[in-house]
Design a protein around this ligand. Structure first.
Ligand code: NIG
Ligand code: FE
Length: 421
């Protein structure tokens, strides 16, 4: 795993990380499914050299200290090192929070009831529409600081709280501006199919016409993916198909919120369309799981969301893994159904609710998540040649990733070979 160091004088590199107690990482560029999901490389006594933004050597510490000289050095203090975490499903572009709805749900009201009464996604529209790009950026950047403090170096970032052509494009511009000014890397998704905007109440087809004719073509140069909330109270199967086929024609990749609250057959549609990911899946059918596995569509699971919404049904993650799917794990960070940015929390809940091992949970928040974003060749593992995104924790070994709840174990974060936290 080591580039040949020069035998006479040590090679100068940007960063040398020593003092790593354990390095735990999945390996490869492809999503890991079945028993492969739990197969990590776990090494002790290794050091890591980074140069020009990439890992250039990983090997026995004594050898690296002899072969490399870091212009910058970091001592990991004997803790666990893991790849930079990748959150493959977030909605971070919004203005105000919705803690009142949380209180209502705790008191027994459901997410759909609250949405029908004017809450939910629609209650976040006002803030985004009334805000300038600059204001939205100002509230986004501290959120990105927090992602970084929690070891997340890359997030998929959705719009979806604008729901006019101009406000959705504004959301994508905010994401682009954040990318230029913050260490966290954002992969933009246009969620024009998040809801039917109030102006189009009772005529969802008219909004779909606008999205297909105007939004997707304008978003195609600003976003990597398009997304839709496929649910009977939002966009049904035929409406979702129209939206997604039109996005695909514009060259956008497809991500879909499917089978979250009811078993509508959204997974089957995502499989048929060859989407990059099918997200949520609490109510997916056996047939839907088989279709995802067959087409290689990756589930993106959000274990904190049913907990947060007070919904009993969990995504059948173990069945998906057995069927040959390669699930990613995400926060779904948003003001309504999950106000949490911690992938450590997600890993613990994936263990407790899905029965995932710590190794599987780490793969779900690193390599599998990167692959769902089309970035498996660049991110998601600590291997020579990949971009140098590394998280140094104070945990003694990788099984503590799921074992310990409620504390941030991150000591240092390295993004693209530079210490950023
Ligand atoms: O992923 N499912 C739709 N979108 C979000 C919820 C957004 C909101 O309530 O604001 C989700 O859960
Ligand atoms: Fe979501």
């Amino acid at each position: 795993m080591t580039d040949q160091p020069n035998s006479e004088s040590p090679r100068e590199v940007d960063l040398l990380v020593t003092g790593i107690g354990e390095l735990a990482t999945p390996e490869g560029e492809q999503p890991l499914s079945g028993s492969g999901m739990g197969r990590l490389s776990v090494q002790r006594g290794v050091a890591v050299a980074c140069d020009a933004g990439r890992f250039v050597a990983i090997g026995p510490e004594a050898e690296l200290i002899e072969g490399f000289r870091g212009r910058d050095t970091l001592d990991a203090g004997g803790g666990l090192a893991i790849p930079g975490l990748v959150d493959s499903h977030t909605h971070p572009v919004f203005l105000g929070t919705r803690e009142g709805e949380f209180e209502q749900r705790v008191a027994g009201r459901s997410y759909v009831e609250i949405a029908a009464a004017g809450g939910g996604i629609r209650s976040s529209l006002e803030g985004v529409r009334a805000s300038t790009e600059l204001l939205l950026l100002e509230v986004l950047l501290p959120r990105l600081d927090r992602f970084l403090q929690l070891g997340t170096t890359t997030i998929e970032a959705k719009t979806g709280y604008g729901l006019t052509v101009a406000d959705e494009l504004k959301g994508l511009d905010v994401i682009a501006a954040a990318n230029r000014s913050h260490a966290v890397e954002l992969i933009p998704t246009c969620l024009g199919g998040h809801d039917v905007p109030p102006e189009f109440k009772g005529r969802p087809e008219a909004w779909i016409d606008v999205v297909c004719a105007e939004l997707w073509p304008a978003a195609a140069s600003k976003a990597a993916f398009a997304d839709v909330f496929t649910e009977s109270h939002v966009f049904g199967l035929e409406a979702s198909r129209r939206l997604m086929e039109s996005a695909r024609e514009q060259g956008l990749g497809l991500r879909m919120h499917v089978d979250q609250l009811t078993s509508l057959g959204g997974a089957e549609l995502a499989a048929e369309l060859g989407a990059a990911s099918a997200d949520h899946l609490e109510h997916v059918s056996e047939h839907g799981i088989a279709a995802l596995a067959e087409r290689g569509v990756q589930p993106v699971l959000c274990p904190l969301v049913p907990l947060y919404l007070g919904e009993a049904q969990e995504a059948p993650a173990r069945r998906m893994i057995e069927a040959g799917c390669a699930p990613a794990l995400s926060t779904d960070f948003n003001p309504g159904s999950c106000y949490c940015m911690s992938l450590f929390e997600v890993m613990s809940w994936a263990a407790l609710r899905y029965g995932m091992s710590a190794a599987e949970a780490l793969t779900g928040t690193t390599l599998n998540a990167a692959c769902s974003l089309g970035l498996g060749h660049e991110l998601g593992s600590v291997e020579v040649g990949k971009r140098a995104d590394l998280v140094l924790t104070d945990l003694p070994n990788h099984t503590h990733l799921t074992y310990e709840l409620g504390r941030n174990p991150v000591r240092r974060v390295i993004k693209g070979g530079a210490a950023v936290h």
